[in-house]
Design a protein around this ligand. Structure first.
Ligand code: FCB
Length: 468
C-alpha cells in the first residue's frame, strides 16, 4: 500500500507550504448523504425521501435510507475524522429528524444524536461546524408550498432556533443554508433535485424565501447567542468566462454570473438584488417577491461566507444550432467546454477559475472572510482487495485546488480555511452511490471505511503546513 504523500508539482507544493499555520482544515458531509436511519427515533420524511421514491429520479433507484449508516456508527466516524488530523468537521442537521413535519417542538431523540455528535467531536479535539439546511426540507412544508412560499422562511427560522438553543453552548460556527442555488434552481426549475418541480418563476420565489430564511434565522440566533458565534451562509459558485469576446457571449456570461452568484451575493452583502438581473427577470414577467424590510434582514452582516467550488464555465450566447434565442424567446445562455480533463461527474477541472473567483469575491465584496466549505472530486475509484484506493486523480485535484486557494490568498483574497468534500463516499443525490467523492472509501455492503491515498496525502499536507 502506497501511503507516501506525494505533492503533485513543485509549484503547488510551494504554494501550499506557504499557507499560514493558522489556516483551518476540515472535512465536510451532509445529513441525508451519510446518516441513513431514515425511519428511526421519530424522523419524519423530507423532500429527498419522496424524490428518491419517485421512479426515474435517482440513478439506480438509490436512496438515503441506509447511506453510510453514520447514525449508528457516529463514534467510529468521529475517530476516523480525528485520524485525518483536521481541525474542524462540517456536518448538517437533518430538519425532519429534529423537527418532524417542520413545525412544533423538537424531537428529543433526533436532537440527542447531534448533541452526542458534538460532544464526541469536542472530546476528539475537532471543532464542530453546523450547517442547518443541506436540502432536506420536511415533506409537509413542501406540501404547504415549499421554498416558493414565504411561510417556509419563518418555519426555517423556528427550526434553526431549536437547534441553536440546544447546541450553541458548544458550537461556535453556524451556516444557515448550503447552496441555495441548488435548492432553488435544481429543485424548483430544472427538477434535477428534490422536490423536482420545473417552474422558473417558482425558482425565483424560492431564491428570495431561502435568503429571507437565512436572514430571519441569523437575526434570531444573534439575539439569542450567549457567547461569540461565527455565522454565515454557503454559496456554490463558479467563474463564468465568456466563450469569446463577442457581445453575445459576454452578455451570456453576465447572465450566468448573475443568476449563479450575484443574485445571492448582492442581497446578502450589499442589501440589494443586482439591477441587471432584475431587468432580465422583468423582461420575462418575473418580479422578486420582496416585502419592505426583507433586504435589511437578508443583508445583516455575516462573519464568514462559505464558498463551495467544483468547476468553472465557459459561457456562450449562441446554442449548438447557432440560435441566440430559445423557444420562449429568452436569450440563450449555454455552457461550452474548455476542453479540459473532467471528473467522473463530467465537470471540467479548472483550478484557475477557483483563484479568480476568490480574488474577485474579496475585491468586489470586501470585508467578509471566506472559508472554502466544499471542494473535491468524484472519480471512478478502484479499490484493491483490502479496500484501499490509490486515487492519484483525486489527490492531484485536491493539490491543484488547495494551491489555487493559496494563490488567491497571495493575490489578496481573505480565505481562512478549507474543507474537503467529502469525508467519505456517500449518497450523491440524483447520482445515487455511483459517484464517489470521499477521501475515505466506503464498502456499502459491509460499511467498512478505508482511507484512500488522498486522505493520507491530505493528513500529511495539513501536518506539513502546521509545521509539525
Ligand atoms: C455540492 C453539495 C454536496 C455534494 C457536492 C458534490 O453541490 O453541497 O452535498 O453533493 O456538491
Amino acid at each position: 500500500m502506497d501511503t507516501t504523500a506525494t505533492l503533485e508539482s513543485a509549484d503547488e507544493a510551494e504554494l501550499i507550504a506557504g499557507l499560514p499555520a493558522t489556516f483551518r482544515w476540515g472535512v465536510a458531509t451532509s445529513a441525508y448523504q451519510i446518516e441513513g436511519a431514515h425511519a428511526e427515533d421519530g424522523r419524519g420524511m423530507s423532500i429527498w425521501d419522496t424524490y428518491c421514491r419517485t421512479p426515474g429520479m435517482v440513478d439506480g433507484g438509490h436512496n438515503g435510507d441506509v447511506a453510510c449508516d453514520h447514525y449508528h456508527r457516529m463514534p467510529q466516524d468521529v475517530a476516523l475524522i480525528k485520524s485525518l488530523g483536521v481541525d474542524v468537521y462540517r456536518f448538517s442537521v437533518s430538519w425532519p429528524r429534529v423537527q418532524p413535519g417542520g413545525r412544533g417542538l423538537a424531537n428529543e431523540k433526533g436532537m440527542g444524536f447531534y448533541d452526542r455528535l458534538v460532544d464526541e467531536l469536542l472530546r476528539a479535539g475537532v471543532d464542530p461546524w453546523v450547517t442547518l439546511y443541506h436540502w432536506d426540507l420536511p415533506q409537509e412544508l413542501e406540501d404547504a408550498g415549499g421554498w416558493p412560499a414565504r411561510d417556509t422562511a419563518y418555519r426555517f427560522a423556528d427550526y434553526a432556533m431549536l437547534v441553536f438553543d440546544r447546541l450553541q453552548d458548544r458550537v461556535r460556527t453556524w451556516t444557515t443554508l448550503n447552496e441555495p442555488w441548488c435548492s432553488a434552481m435544481l429543485g424548483y426549475y430544472e427538477g434535477r433535485q428534490a422536490p423536482g418541480r420545473q417552474n422558473f418563476a417558482d425558482a425565483m420565489d424560492a431564491v428570495h424565501h431561502l435568503l429571507l430564511g437565512h436572514g430571519l434565522a441569523a437575526a434570531r440566533m444573534r439575539a439569542a447567542a450567549t457567547k461569540p458565534i461565527d455565522l454565515g451562509i454557503t454559496l456554490n459558485m463558479a467563474t463564468a468566462m465568456p466563450a469569446t469576446e463577442s457581445l453575445a457571449d459576454q452578455e451570456a456570461a453576465r447572465r450566468a454570473d448573475g443568476l449563479g452568484a450575484r443574485i445571492y451575493l448582492d442581497p446578502l452583502l450589499r442589501g440589494q438584488y443586482p439591477g441587471d438581473i432584475l431587468d432580465d427577470l422583468s423582461a420575462r414577467g418575473i418580479k422578486m417577491p420582496v416585502v419592505d424590510g426583507d433586504l435589511a434582514i437578508i443583508s445583516a452582516p455575516i462573519d464568514v461566507l462559505g464558498v463551495n467550488y467544483y468547476s468553472s464555465h465557459r459561457v456562450s450566447g449562441v446554442d449548438g444550432a447557432g440560435r441566440t434565442e430559445d423557444a420562449e424567446g429568452n436569450p440563450v445562455t449555454s455552457m461550452v467546454p474548455f476542453g479540459r480533463p473532467v471528473t467522473a461527474m463530467d465537470w471540467e477541472i479548472v483550478p484557475e477559475g477557483f483563484t479568480q473567483l476568490l480574488v474577485r469575491l474579496s475585491r468586489e465584496y470586501p470585508g467578509t472572510p471566506l472559508v472554502i466549505t466544499e471542494n473535491g472530486a468524484a472519480f471512478d475509484d478502484v479499490a484493491d482487495a483490502s479496500g484501499y484506493v490509490a486515487d492519484h486523480d483525486r489527490t492531484a485535484y485536491l493539490s491543484a485546488h488547495i494551491a489555487a486557494v493559496a494563490a488567491a490568498r497571495q493575490q489578496g483574497a481573505d480565505v481562512r480555511g478549507y474543507f474537503a468534500w467529502s469525508l467519505m463516499d456517500n449518497f450523491e443525490w440524483s447520482y445515487g452511490y455511483a459517484k464517489r467523492f470521499g477521501l475515505v472509501h466506503v464498502d456499502y455492503e459491509t460499511q467498512v471505511r478505508t482511507p484512500k491515498q488522498s486522505a493520507l496525502w491530505y493528513r500529511d499536507t495539513i501536518r506539513q503546513v502546521r509545521g509539525h
